[in-house]
Design a protein around this ligand. Structure first.
Ligand SMILES: [Zn+2]
Length: 149
């Protein structure tokens, strides 16, 4: 449970929880196989949050359709394939679709960056090192996502 209390320090309101979930959902739908822990995190945080964030209504059981949908989105990703960048970008798209403020995404990573430097390290952090590059990329992509979606 330490992992989750650590996460809730970072994702401390609905908007930033949406940012975190968007990132995690992106890993799952893009089938980032090495992100096992992340997929377990999704399951633990619950289907309800996924449904709310993704499309504002319950998911259908047709996961293939969903997968195809996001694979199509993936074609438009504005960078060479990298799991973390991909999840960051797709996460912004999901947030935007769901009506959340995308600015919360880089604020969330910024909090994670600070938490890391305080030497309190939830397991999530070990696979998700925050960095200025990550934060700068997200700031750069926000207008792009607004424009494209
Ligand atoms: Zn990630």
């Amino acid at each position: 449970m330490a992992v989750y209390s650590g996460i809730l320090d970072i994702a401390n309101n609905e908007q930033s929880l949406a940012a975190l979930m968007g990132h995690e959902i992106a890993h799952a739908v893009a089938r980032h196989g090495s992100e096992r822990a992340s997929q377990e995190l999704i399951l633990d945080l619950g289907t309800m949050a996924v449904e709310k964030l993704l499309i504002g209504r319950p998911l259908s059981d047709d996961s293939r359709k969903l997968y195809n949908y996001f694979t199509t989105l993936g074609v438009m990703l504005p960078f060479s394939r990298n799991h973390e960048s991909e999840a960051d970008y797709l996460g912004l798209v999901f947030m935007h679709f769901a009506g959340y403020d995308m600015n919360e995404a880089y604020k969330m990573w910024d909090r994670m960056d600070k938490l890391n430097s305080n030497n309190r390290t939830p397991e999530f952090l070990s696979t998700h090192p925050s960095s200025r590059t990550r934060i700068e990329n997200i700031k750069k992509w926000i207008p792009l996502v607004k424009q494209n979606y």
